[in-house]
Design a protein around this ligand. Structure first.
Ligand code: R5P
Length: 324
């Protein structure tokens, strides 16, 4: 008997969910999502899900705990309604920066989130550009770790051809910077960043390894939250003689006054994806590359038991062709 695919969405990013659904074909499944007066999350699946292969798409964006809880209770509802198989599709995984203890008596919250998703009943997880690849090991279920780097690099390659240096703003982004540099045929530079362990979201760039004077720089990161990391790094590059500085990051979280601060920074353009719902009206420096087709292709492959990694090879080849 043929399995039925079912795509359901929480409330974090309806435009992305709709775009993924239109790439897949069948419309989004209907879910009632409400809040009790006290703030508790309530969901109810409108139609039968019995035996189906469900994909629950939800980014853990602001307000992160509510968005996470919505996804957990949706998975629970699916399991209790005799779904066949559940994949938690998480374009942006919340708590992923809390993947180790930096101070004594801290939790490892990313591991707790992995356990919560598994306990709720997820059979598989699909995520995009985790803060660190090792987070995959926090899950005892299969993880499809997708990347938006080929799509972002292709965009940058078209907009800023040639004379490019890819800059990692901290030690953790070295591998990601190499992927960009390979695709863009660019050279590399690395910055060193000190982070305050007591004050979250505060960082200080310490040094730069590489040649940026007179060059166009592409600063990359997995996410931009307050903008502190990328803005401090951009200022350091400008002071180091870079002629033009562009930023690319997968997750545009943009907390607080981040967008305003980015507009006032030395960056000429900030490119992110729509893993986190972008503002309705984009500020002049902000550009968005959609991950909808990446997600639709990956969901289709997972549903058909085909290789998901083969999709990257296809996408990289397409991006190369588009650049060349
Ligand atoms: C940290 O290691 C991450 O890769 C990002 O650099 C960081 O989370 C960005 O946060 P913010 O924009 O607040 O500096």
């Amino acid at each position: 008997m043929r399995r039925r695919a079912l795509l359901l969405s929480g409330t974090s990013n309806p435009p992305l969910a709709a775009a993924v659904a239109s790439g897949l074909g069948p419309p989004l499944g209907q879910v009632e999502i409400n809040r009790f007066a006290c703030g508790e999350v309530y969901v109810r699946l409108v139609d039968s899900v019995r035996g189906s292969d469900a994909f629950v798409i939800q980014s853990h964006s602001y307000p992160v705990d509510e968005m996470l809880m919505e996804q957990l209770v949706m998975i629970d509802a699916l399991k209790r309604a005799s779904v066949g198989h559940v994949t938690a599709v998480i374009p942006y995984l919340g708590y992923s920066r809390q993947d180790q203890k930096s101070l004594e008596r801290e939790p490892i919250s990313a591991r707790l989130v992995a356990d919560m998703l598994t306990t709720a009943g997820a059979d598989r997880v699909m995520v995009i550009d985790l803060h660190t690849g090792q987070i995959q090991g926090f899950f005892k279920i299969p993880v499809d770790h997708l990347t938006a780097v080929p799509a972002l690099a292709a965009y940058v390659g078209r907009r800023y051809p040639g004379n490019l240096v890819v800059v990692a703003p901290d030690a953790g982004r070295g591998k990601m910077a190499q992927r960009y540099a390979r695709q863009l045929n660019a050279s590399l530079a690395f910055m060193e960043k000190a982070r305050s362990v007591e004050r979250h979201n505060e960082s200080l760039p310490l040094g730069l390894i590489g040649d940026v004077a007179g060059r166009r720089c592409l600063l990359i990161d997995d996410m931009i939250d307050t903008g502190g990391t990328i803005i401090d790094a951009a200022e350091a590059l400008r002071d180091g003689g870079a002629t033009e500085i562009v930023a690319a990051a997968t997750h545009g979280v943009f907390s607080g006054r981040a967008l305003e601060r980015l507009e006032a920074s030395p960056l000429v353009e900030v490119v992110v994806t729509d893993t986190v719902r972008p503002p309705e009206k984009l500020p002049p420096k902000l550009s968005v590359v959609s991950v909808a087709s990446l997600l639709a292709a990956s969901i289709r492959a997972a549903f058909q038991d085909r290789s998901v990694s083969a999709i990257f090879k296809e996408l990289e080849a397409t991006a190369d062709a588009a650049d060349g």
